[in-house]
Design a binder for this molecule. Structure first.
Ligand code: UDP
Ligand code: MG
Length: 316
């Protein structure tokens, strides 16, 4: 059985078309059973109404409605926890990732790959700024993190049940799903494709959320920012030592001495800035530890449609 997980946040304009194209594609895979799980991530437009209508028409469609907007990565995780297929396909609701590629993913999976991830060859319809920030983000992340996370790869992918189970066992809150998948290993195969423009509606990832995702990725997959504090502290001490020697030499061997309050002030402000910056870095890690320590559930479900009772293995 193949499950398709579609996170939706205010996607009323596209959801019907998404469903049509998905079910047309899945129709071709007649050899296996299938389900489409729409995760409504607390939309405040007509998304849920439309999903309900789709669900009453098609018994293969299941809907999980979260109690509020928890964010894309958590919506995806909720979908994974509700899936029961032997392979799960993650796809965005906005049709930027063509559903027509799913059969290719499935055949790569049948040939033994446990993860087939889509690599974006180009992304038309997205601003230069977004493409530039996205591509530099993936490169910086790879430099910093200990696991190698494939470049230019979104969440559009097929994952085998064994990887899904591994993901569901990872309790962490600040989830960066593609990193967690990369971390889990197994046989991972890329599938190159070019991304389409959004079918309708606007991006749900404004700059603020993009930064949030990037921070989650970096702080969950790297402790390099912490180590940077040591290096910069070391460099600053070295600089200070040179300064002290210079001041001593000038004072002892000439008639002049180092003067100027401006220099003093700049040096102090510089050190203050560096210290505050690294306190912020510490704060990021501590905040994440705090969130983990509270142990709140990842998400809450308001409503489930199309599931039988024993389909549901876990909550949050
Ligand atoms: N999404 C979500 N919750 C959110 C934000 C986004 O479920 O809080 C979904 C959204 O409906 C879409 C997918 O995540 O299916 C990707 O979002 P979007 O296409 O806006 O991001 P972009 O492709 O612009 O990076
Ligand atoms: Mg999109």
């Amino acid at each position: 059985m193949i499950s398709v997980v579609v996170p939706c946040f205010n996607e009323a304009d596209v959801i019907l078309e998404t469903y049509r194209r998905l079910s047309a594609v899945l129709e071709q895979e007649r050899f296996c059973d299938r389900e489409i799980i729409f995760v409504d991530d607390g939309s405040h437009d007509e998304t849920l109404l439309r999903l309900r209508a789709i669900q009453t028409e098609d018994p293969k469609v299941r809907v999980v409605s979260l109690s509020r907007n928890f964010g894309h990565q958590i919506a995806v995780s909720a979908g994974l926890e509700h899936s029961s297929g032997d392979a799960v396909v993650l796809i965005d609701a906005d049709l930027q990732d063509p559903p027509e590629l799913i059969p290719k993913m499935v055949s790569a999976w049948r040939q033994g790959a446990q993860v087939v991830y889509g690599v974006r060859r180009d992304r038309p319809g997205e601003t230069r700024f977004k493409r530039f920030t996205a591509s530099s983000f993936y490169r910086i992340l790879n430099r910093l993190s200990d696991v190698s996370i494939p470049l230019d790869t979104g969440d559009f992918r097929l994952i085998d049940r064994c990887v899904v189970d591994a993901l569901c066992r990872m309790p962490e809150r600040d989830r960066f799903v593609r990193g967690l998948v990369a971390w889990s290993g197994f046989v991972q195969k890329p599938l190159h494709y070019s991304r389409d423009p959004r079918f309708a509606g606007n991006t749900k990832y404004p700059l603020k959320r993009m930064i949030g995702l990037a921070m989650d990725a970096i702080f969950s997959f790297s402790s390099v920012p912490l180590r940077m504090a040591s290096w910069i502290g070391f460099a600053a001490s070295l600089l200070a030592l040179l300064g002290i020697m210079y001041a001593l030499v000038v004072r002892l061997f000439t008639d002049a001495w180092v003067e100027g309050w401006a220099f003093l002030l700049i040096a102090m402000l510089f050190m203050g800035g560096v210290q505050l910056f690294f306190m912020g870095v510490l704060g990021e890690y501590i905040g994440r530890i705090y969130a983990e320590a509270k142990g709140r559930p990842l998400y809450l479900v308001r409503e489930r449609l199309g599931f039988s009772n024993d389909d549901i293995q876990s909550e949050g």
